[in-house]
Design a binder for this molecule. Structure first.
Ligand SMILES: *Cc1c(COP(=O)(O)O)cnc(C)c1O
Length: 355
């Protein structure tokens, strides 16, 4: 503590990211990274850009990347906003769109960065409890609010809702922004992006994506938001009041090549889905109770073994998963889907622990 801190710093409870242990030979299933590498085309593009041009600032507008994203999703480039990871995009969304006179609403169990941004930007928020099966019921959000945000599929539960549910939410919520964080959408969830195409684009829907999960570029730090041009313009105002160059030259060329390599995304996501479905079966055969997942992770508990104990026993065997000590979910483990081999090691370790 220092007497030189700004007053708000004393009130912050920063987000605690999943650990990135430096030990070798770990089965790392704790931060939802892809077990497969990024597109080889992205790596090649970055290598070829590793030259003297790095003395120059990058394109502050990220024009080429906005075009690639717009092209992929059938949008106009002025509907795309870029950031240094979707966490930075989300920070600008909270500061620029969700700081209103009424509280922003999000689920009680969700991405734990949301309340952290609320504290940082002094935004009032209200949490809406998930249903008894940890599902989001959009009808619970039909109350006055200063904005709504949740991931679809939700994190850390992995449960998703249909696009038609989000259309209902939009219909009932015309006076504030609805932000759908689609970090894990590529593993079997219906995206809301089609709603943004053409002249029927709603004024108040923003969809946030990241290249950190299904595109296997967590180390590059690229995320984006898509929505109505007027929402994007507001985000650009915030971004250009904070950092004009959030994405470096390598990040921009790598991201363009990654976005263009849809075949790589589809192949690796299909593999993750296959491994996930098999793992759920194997865990349930061991007595686990696993929520349905359309993400690259699962949320599971065992009726006879405490979450904290299982977490530690796995850790002792070199397998790192995520455990949250919060109410309602402390019996659960969130397990990232790795390779088939990693899944096998996990199941073997659990069999040993449960006997
Ligand atoms: C991983 C994640 C993000 C952040 O991803 P970045 O690496 O910052 O792009 C955002 N939202 C959710 C729900 C996530 O799980």
């Amino acid at each position: 503590m220092s007497r030189f801190w700004s007053p708000v710093v004393h009130t912050l409870t920063p987000y605690v990211p999943g650990e990135q242990p430096q030990m070798q030979r770990l089965v790392k299933l704790n931060t939802n990274e892809s077990p497969y590498g990024p597109s080889p085309k992205a790596l090649a593009a970055m290598s070829s850009q590793t030259n003297d041009d790095l003395r120059l600032y990058p394109d502050p507008e990220g024009v080429a990347l906005k075009q690639a994203i717009a092209q992929l999703h059938g949008l106009n480039p002025n509907q795309v906003f870029l950031g240094n990871g979707s966490d930075e995009v989300l920070a600008h969304v909270f500061a620029g769109l969700l700081k209103q006179n009424k509280p922003v609403h999000f689920p009680d169990i969700t991405y734990s960065f949301y309340p952290v941004y609320c504290k940082l930007f002094s935004i009032d928020y209200k949490t809406i409890p998930l249903g008894k099966d940890f599902e989001i019921n959009t009808s619970d959000y039909n109350i006055p609010n200063g904005g709504i945000i949740f991931p679809n599929p939700n994190a850390p539960t992995g449960r998703s809702i249909a696009r038609s549910e989000i259309e209902k939410l939009l219909a009932n919520n015309k006076d504030s922004v609805v932000v759908i964080d689609e970090a894990y959408v590529d593993y079997g969830t219906e995206s809301c992006i089609p709603l943004l195409r053409g002249s029927s684009c709603p004024e108040n829907l923003l969809v946030v994506h990241t290249l950190s999960k299904s595109r296997a570029l967590a180390g590059l730090r690229v995320g984006f938001a898509v929505g109505h041009p007027a929402l994007i313009e507001g985000l650009e105002r915030v971004k250009n009041s904070f950092n004009s160059y959030p994405l470096g030259r390598l990040a921009q060329v790598g991201a363009v090549a990654a976005i263009e390599d849809q075949a790589h995304l589809e192949k690796t996501s299909a593999k993750v889905i296959q491994t996930r479905n098999k793992l759920i079966e194997q865990l349930n055969a061991l007595g686990f109770d696993t929520l349905p997942s359309t993400a690259n992770f699962i949320f599971t508990r065992h009726p006879k073994y405490a979450g904290a104990k299982l977490y530690q026993a796995l850790r002792d065997r070199g397998i790192i998963v995520r455990h949250f000590k919060s109410p309602r979910v402390e019996e659960f483990l969130r397990i990232t889907i790795g390779t088939d081999e990693q899944s096998g090691e996990l199941v073997t370790a659990l069999k040993e622990i449960l006997t």
